[in-house]
Design a binder for this molecule. Structure first.
Ligand SMILES: [Zn+2]
Length: 70
């Protein structure tokens, strides 16, 4: 059984909307070694990632990539 994880309500730093940091997402984060909560909701994160990719700036790598599980 999983323990220690509960869905969290977070505020997106991008659109200021509440979003749920799901247990699945927390587990995914934990597996990847992330210890901090995400700052963006899935929608904003996806858009942010797309923007970064579109810019093709290989030198700027401010945030490690991750994908939210559904
Ligand atoms: Zn957002």
């Amino acid at each position: 059984m999983q323990h220690g994880f509960q869905p969290k309500i977070l505020i997106c730093s991008e659109c200021n909307e509440e979003f749920v940091f799901t247990v699945a997402a927390q587990q995914y984060f934990a597996e990847r070694g992330y210890t901090e909560d995400p700052r963006r909701c899935k929608t904003c994160h996806t858009r942010f990632k797309k923007t970064q990719r579109d810019q093709k700036s290989g030198t700027i790598k401010r945030q490690p990539e991750f994908n939210y599980p559904d």
